[in-house]
Design a binder for this molecule. Sequence first.
Ligand code: ADP
Ligand code: GLC
Length: 486
Amino acid sequence: MAMKVLSVASEAVPLVKTGGLADVAGALPGALAAQGVAVTTFIPGYPSVLAALGKKAKAIHNWDVLLGEKARLLAGKIGDHPLLVLDAPGLFAREGGPYADASGRDWDDNWRRFAAFARAAADIAGGAVKGRSFDLVHVHDWQAGLVPAYLRLAPLEGGRAVPSVITIHNMAFQGYYPGEVFPKLGLPASAWTVDGVESYGGVGFLKAGMQLADAITTVSPTYAGEIRSLEFGMGLEGLVLARSNRVHGILNGIDTAEWNPTHDPHLAAHYTASKLAARSKNKRAVEQAFGLDRDDGPLFIVVSRLTWQKGMDVLVEVLDHLVGIGGRLALLGAGDSEIEQRFLAAAARHKGRIGVKLGYDEAASHRLQGGGDAILIPSRFEPCGLTQLYGLAYACVPVVSRTGGLADTVIDANPAALAAGVATGIQINAVNASALAMGVSRAVALYHRPKEWKRLQTNGMKADFSWSASGAAYAALYRQLLEEQG
Ligand code: ADP
Ligand code: GLC
């Protein structure tokens, strides 16, 4: 019989997405089905999720009090795969994003919203819901970080003990709350230690998961090494080191059905590695949509959260240089308002050369990858990064910093790699204006050597970043944990 896994995540494509976590949580069931693992996804019942479930949802369980709230469990489908949704209106029936209100301010009670979510997940995994049993729980990020804590320290009475895996998608977001919330979590007093959920005098949701899960994974091999250091560990490097024999780096894949230039419905023209010329129609569409001059020079794109992590403040400083050497930029993103304003100012200064769209637009993100020549990703840290993988698949050459998953997935066009014909993009050595300016200059120079540029594009398109290898790696890890459990 297939192994049954409960995947616990606070967002999943196509129901709700703020970043790469949603892409990964949405793709895992398919990736794992191919490995003989049956995944059920469990997510919170935000309004968008309940709307997508529609009338077909079936209520299969009730909680009279789940951290003080009435809640019920709805069963439905996400694509072909089973979905469970926590319908708790007191916690999730709110307009705005999954974690913040419409103005971008985090909800004050996020600790309670995601503790309740985790408590419910632990109950489901323990067997609280008739007819639903699981062999293993796979939780994602701080929002599900308390699941391993509940499973170990406050399991469902008479419930089944199942192993757990936590995946860290971003160490910078830890779900850290003041110690006063601890007594309200429904954990035993003994959990208030450094071996439990305590972290620097507060409660650390991610820390708790990392402490108490049977295995820790993160989304690229390089990031798995980086988080052992002060620079990237964000205060949890000691815990990573202490549990280093339990830490695995498994690279994200991409959903090649969603992200495929041969049939992407968002594109003006479809293309393959041997028919790259058709891309020019997509380039024209991007120029038009972003108010850019029409020309055959290099068109850079950005699809990103506009934040310090993504190095977007550094990119702002390099824009005059980029335009000065004949480049143009089409940028789609949202984030820090100061960075947003600086991009708008640059667009006003460089009319026809820089086009900026603030906001979130899934269709536009596909069109940019399909029409841009190169995608800029100068992140200060990047656990995996998906936009460089979409860039590779779409022949939009990635220009990236040498960190995390970016380092693992892009082969720099240095003379040796060019000579060997294996390069797929450009890496910059450091995240500062001069290093990024040099990366942009290298990209422009290569762009004007069409044969070499085309080779970068076709190498990228031929590289395999589908989920098959990573799906197999997760399945192998699950099997190992089940064997250990006996
Ligand atoms: P992160 O999760 O850190 O933001 P990733 O590269 O892993 O970074 O994933 C980002 C995901 O969000 C990608 O699917 C990317 O295309 C998408 N994305 C980011 N910003 C936007 C935007 N403004 N509009 C549409 N999609 C976006
Ligand atoms: C996080 C990381 C990003 C990663 C994504 C999916 O948002 O910032 O690098 O690709 O999670 O794992």
